[in-house]
Design a protein. Structure first.
Length: 229
């Protein structure tokens, strides 16, 4: 029995930390960051629809390159927060999807292998979050940045995207209109199981101007590795 997957892409952020520039529209090696982020999903036949939540003004007049990219893509107006944008995108996806994936528009380096692993875990009935184990020492601080505790980093992971869930589970998690920095947190509040999936350390989120040259270097390294006999 084939699995039908819908993908929600929140891309309505103001780009404040990027100086007000829309991060998904920035060029990375000659293509918008958003195209790089979409590519591993569009390469899959089990992905039946992709909803991209853009800022309201951009949703009214979407870029031609986005609409021409694939006929599975639909554009919706996002909200004032990430969670609102995800909800708008999820609402635009077909009701008969078995799995729903959420992926940051500003993560252009996600690998097809990481997507594969997340989809496989979610297909077993639980949430799957791409990420990587923490490698730095973690300090808890107070309002004055004074250290109050040092965490056992062996129990911590950095959470990335994609985050993939059984469709009814993600819809239920968003039904109450809650806010969180990622969708897994909303699912966790329901008491449901979420599993971390190692997607590698280089699933970079383009957040600040200095992230662009790093992302380009990583893309170049990946391309060189792919062509090496």
């Amino acid at each position: 029995m084939s699995v039908r997957v819908g993908v929600a892409i929140p891309a309505a952020g103001s780009g404040r930390r990027m100086g007000g520039v829309r991060k998904p529209f920035l060029e990375l090696r000659g293509e918008p960051v958003l195209i790089h982020a979409l590519r591993p999903f569009l390469a899959r036949t089990d992905v039946v629809a992709v909803a991209v939540a853009l800022a309201a003004a951009d949703a009214e007049d979407p870029p031609g390159w986005l609409l021409a990219l694939d006929d599975r893509i639909r554009v919706v107006a996002g909200g004032a927060t990430r969670s609102e944008s995800v909800r708008a995108a999820v609402a635009a996806l077909p009701e008969d999807c078995d799995l729903l994936a959420v992926h940051d528009a500003a993560r252009p380096l996600v690998s097809g292998a990481a997507v594969d692993r997340c989809f496989a875990v979610a297909a077993t009935g639980m949430g799957a979050v791409a990420g990587c184990p923490a490698v730095d020492t973690l300090k808890e601080v107070d309002e004055g940045d004074r250290v109050t505790a040092t965490a056992d980093r062996s129990r911590f992971w950095q959470a990335h995207t994609p985050q993939v869930f059984p469709a009814d589970l993600l819809r239920r998690a968003h039904r109450g209109g809650g806010e969180a920095t990622d969708d897994a947190a909303l699912v966790e509040r329901l008491g449901e199981t979420v599993r971390m999936v190692d997607g590698g350390r280089w699933n970079l989120k383009v957040t600040r101007p200095e992230d662009l040259p790093v992302a380009e270097a990583l893309l170049d390294a990946r391309a060189a590795e792919a062509t090496t006999p």
